[in-house]
Write a protein that binds this ligand. Structure first.
Ligand SMILES: [Mn+2]
Length: 423
């Protein structure tokens, strides 16, 4: 793990400059009627979940280039998530994936996570690939498959995930299916949706009262002609048909290019059906790039809608991205910081002035109020929030100085043929 001595030493070296920057930002915000202490408290309360598969190197359908010291199992993954939390202090939960993270004793796993200061977030089912010796194949679909055996298997798997999630203290099951078609005429578009709803209703019926069912839509891939739950409209229809415990999860990469995602957020808040987010960034499609890497303004606009829909911040937040050319721990820490940045920036919007400008049809005035919040460099607030909780002034620099990856490269020899991390 990362020693608190190293964190303390590196924080100490940055302390004088940080205090100067924090005080300066505090004076700047005070002139705008904003309290830096309140913003720092909000930053300290913020947390985003790390997906267990995210700490492994990802890949594309062309190739995967494994890194050194990659996690080999859920125990290694928890250790890596523990490092991210120790340094950033804003990633207090992990989101497990079944069957990739299956163990024999989930109580012990829960305690193991707690030893790193981690809890479990939404549990993710997997009916998009076949497991060894599986009784029926998901090649042509799972919850919406034509084959009743494949449908039954997919339903049973999701119910098993509910049981595992309950044992882990998870409060939601996330269901994403790759079901769809590659050819017009391959299946009935309406028929597949009805099959999906029938299967999903059986899963929903197995939910305990405290558990939610998150429906994640995705426009295309692995199916390239039609996808059963392709967009937020299909997702909302399914969530409304299933009942109050079913909600819609928004993955930032799962939309057509140029889609106004922040407007989808506003619509789902209006419908009372917004479950939360899978954060990532993209340029062309479902690129799974690091959150905030390409379009940090869009990330800010999403948080702006969340804050505007007052009281809607109590949602499920997770990073969902594929690290193909970076150290996954570095990418996840960088993304956690960018997401926290967008959250704090959105809190700095002068809502009263914005509402007045909107009422007066002062177009540029309203836009300038949003931009004033977005261009504020809140880095000192994020650093202060981390350090007050024992985290690092610069998580990535401290991680690099720790030699953690090099130590793991020795401890965790590469496993031949391991496919973890391809999502
Ligand atoms: Mn996702």
């Amino acid at each position: 793990m990362i020693s608190s001595d190293l964190i303390g030493q590196m924080n100490h070296a940055a302390q004088a400059a940080h205090e100067d920057d924090f005080a300066s930002l505090g004076r700047q915000l005070a002139r705008r009627g904003l309290d830096i202490q309140a913003a720092t408290q909000a930053a300290m309360a913020w947390s985003v979940a790390i997906p267990t598969w995210g700490v492994g190197t990802g890949g594309t359908r062309f190739a995967r280039f494994p890194g050194v010291g990659e996690p080999r199992n859920i125990h290694d993954k928890l250790a890596d998530c523990g490092v991210i939390q120790a340094l950033t202090r804003g990633t207090r939960t992990v989101s497990p994936h079944i069957p990739w993270d299956k163990v024999s004793d989930y109580n012990a796993l829960r305690q193991e996570a707690a030893s790193y200061g981690l809890g479990f977030d939404a549990i993710n089912s997997n009916t998009f690939q076949d497991q060894l010796d599986q009784e029926a194949s998901y090649k042509f679909g799972s919850l919406a498959a034509a084959d009743p055996k494949a449908r039954a298997l997919a339903i049973a798997h999701n119910i098993e995930c509910i049981e595992i999630g309950t044992a882990l203290g998870s409060s939601a099951l996330t269901v994403w299916v790759g079901d769809g078609t590659n050819f017009p005429g391959q299946q009935s578009l309406g028929g597949m949706f009805r099959s999906y709803l029938d299967s999903a209703a059986e899963i929903y019926a197995a939910l305990p009262a405290q558990m939610s069912m998150f429906i994640e839509h995705k426009m295309y891939e692995p199916a390239f002609y039609s996808t059963v739950i392709s967009d937020w409209g299909s997702s909302l229809m399914a969530a409304q048909a299933l009942g109050p415990q079913a909600k819609c999860l928004v993955d930032l990469g799962h939309h057509a290019p140029n889609t106004n995602i922040e407007q989808i957020v506003a619509r789902l808040i209006h419908a009372g059906k917004l479950a939360g987010f899978h954060f990532n960034d993209s340029k062309y499609g479902d690129d799974d790039l690091d959150a905030g890497a390409v379009d940090p303004f869009r990330l800010f606009l999403v948080f702006n809608e969340l804050i505007e829909g007052a009281g809607k911040l109590d949602l499920a937040y997770m990073i969902d991205q594929s690290h193909n050319v970076t150290d996954p721990i570095e990418s996840l820490m960088g993304s956690a910081i960018e997401i926290a940045r967008a959250h704090v920036q959105a809190r700095l919007v002068d809502r009263k002035a914005l509402a007045e400008a909107q009422a007066m049809n002062d177009v540029l005035g309203a836009h300038r109020i949003l931009k004033a919040a977005y261009v504020t460099d809140v880095s000192p607030i994020l650093a202060e929030a981390r350090m007050r909780q024992g985290g690092a002034f610069d998580p990535i620099a401290t991680y690099r100085a720790s030699g953690y990856r090099a130590a793991k490269a020795v401890e965790r020899p590469a496993v031949k043929g391991a496919s973890s991390g391809i999502v």
